[in-house]
Design a protein around this ligand. Structure first.
Ligand SMILES: *Cc1c(COP(=O)(O)O)cnc(C)c1O
Length: 396
């Protein structure tokens, strides 16, 4: 049995998106910047895609910048907001402790350039508190950037409340919505979002394509100098097939969202129930305010990496943290941010399911995880210490 349970790392491209891309490559060979009709046809297709993406999130076409993905959109958003702040003498930024590294590393860079960053705690449930955000906002705060849904533990943040607060206080609000777009409803106008990052390969579009929504009035900085594409804000010939594939995938995801969420939530809860039977284990992040496709567990006395390898041998593709940090031995900063100690954070498993998952597959996952955890504990020195009382259990 082959089960792909790592959709938070990347999703399989949808048939319709792949087909739309092939068609686009064959039928729109022109460069959108060329003046002859072949180029103008490609330009038209590009602008159609922009209008459709905008409509799908409640924005206007001119508020969409196409990028190479989520990381670029995050970099662009933060650097632009910082430049806007700097011109007004505002150099304080608020974010959260468990953001994606595309955000955290960009913030580090800004700190080196004289900005001050406050990282809000996300507490045991993995959710930012709006009252704490309110207290953290200062006269010189130029940006609040809080992700819509976390990529490791799937917890969903109170985005509408944060948006309303930032609007009231006149602070730019950006959200990394890479895990949310196409999965939960987003309306940038209604939610008072000033900037939003999205990535096609997280909603069954192609890799290497994404977009940044930026509310009109926000002046972006240029990350890439060159031609006048994207109204001069991002040089380089547009990735039209990627953009067309992304548009198809987003439309498809949003059309099927309710049905997909209902099915995934049912399987997710079945997985949570099954894995909870493993002694000394715990679900990471809020049980309710989380993405329908996310299950994240810690098991005491084991190594997450060994768990993954043994699950792989049983046909299950899963993850221990985010794909960006796996391979590194540091425990996940997300699990540390919700108060898991190093040893416990190390023994963690993220399952991110797609809407094609079946109950039979979920049962195979539960059975396999139970057996593998038991096997790994059978020769784990940490587990032996726990059992003999040399070390105390953290998880009940
Ligand atoms: C995947 C991901 C990114 C990076 O997106 P890329 O398109 O891979 O650059 C950023 N933020 C979050 C929350 C993600 O899950």
């Amino acid at each position: 049995m082959n089960i792909y349970a790592d959709n938070a790392a990347t999703t399989k491209i949808s048939k319709a998106a792949a087909q739309a891309m092939t068609e686009c490559m064959e039928e729109y060979p022109g460069n959108p910047s060329s003046l002859y009709s072949l180029g103008q046809r490609a330009k038209e297709k590009l602008e159609q895609s922009r209008a459709e993406i905008a409509a799908l999130i409640g924005a206007e076409p001119r508020e969409i910048l196409f990028t190479s993905g989520g990381s670029e959109a995050d970099n662009q958003a933060l650097l632009s907001a910082a430049m806007i702040g700097k011109r007004k003498g505002k150099k304080h930024i608020i974010s959260s402790a468990f953001e994606h590294h595309a955000i955290l590393h960009t913030l580090k860079k800004l700190e080196k350039n004289g900005f001050e960053v406050t990282l809000l705690p996300v507490h045991e449930n993995g959710i930012v508190r709006v009252d704490e955000l309110e207290k953290a906002i200062r006269e010189d705060t130029c940006l609040v950037t809080i992700m819509t849904a976390n990529n490791e533990i799937g917890t969903i943040q109170p985005i509408s409340e944060i948006g309303a607060l930032c609007r009231e206080r006149g602070v730019i609000f950006h959200t990394d919505a890479v895990q949310a777009v196409g999965h939960i409803p987003i309306d940038v106008r209604a939610q008072n979002i000033d900037m939003l990052s999205a990535s096609a390969h997280k909603f069954r579009g192609p890799r290497g394509t994404g977009f940044l929504y930026f509310r009109k009035g926000i002046v972006l900085s240029n990350l890439i100098e060159g031609g006048a594409q994207e109204r001069g804000k991002r040089a380089g010939t547009e990735n039209l097939p990627g953009i067309v594939g992304m548009t198809t995938a987003l439309r498809e995801s949003i059309d099927g969202m309710d049905a997909a969420n209902a099915h995934k939530a049912e399987i997710r809860d079945h997985l949570i129930e099954g894995l909870s039977q493993i002694p000394h284990s715990a679900l990471n992040g809020d049980a309710e305010k989380r993405l329908s496709g996310n299950v994240n567990f810690s098991f005491e006395g084991i190594e997450g990496e060994s768990l993954l390898i043994l699950l792989d041998q049983r046909g299950i593709s899963a993850s221990s943290g985010s794909a960006c940090t796996s391979g590194a031995l540091d425990p996940s900063h997300v699990l540390l941010s919700i108060g898991r100690i190093h040893d416990v954070a190390h023994g963690s498993l993220r399952l991110s399911i797609g809407d094609d998952i079946t109950t039979e597959q979920a049962d195979h996952i539960i059975k396999s995880v139970k057996e593998v955890v038991e096997y790994l504990r059978s020769f784990s020195p940490v587990w032996r210490d726990l059992m003999t009382g040399k070390r105390e259990f953290i998880l009940k």
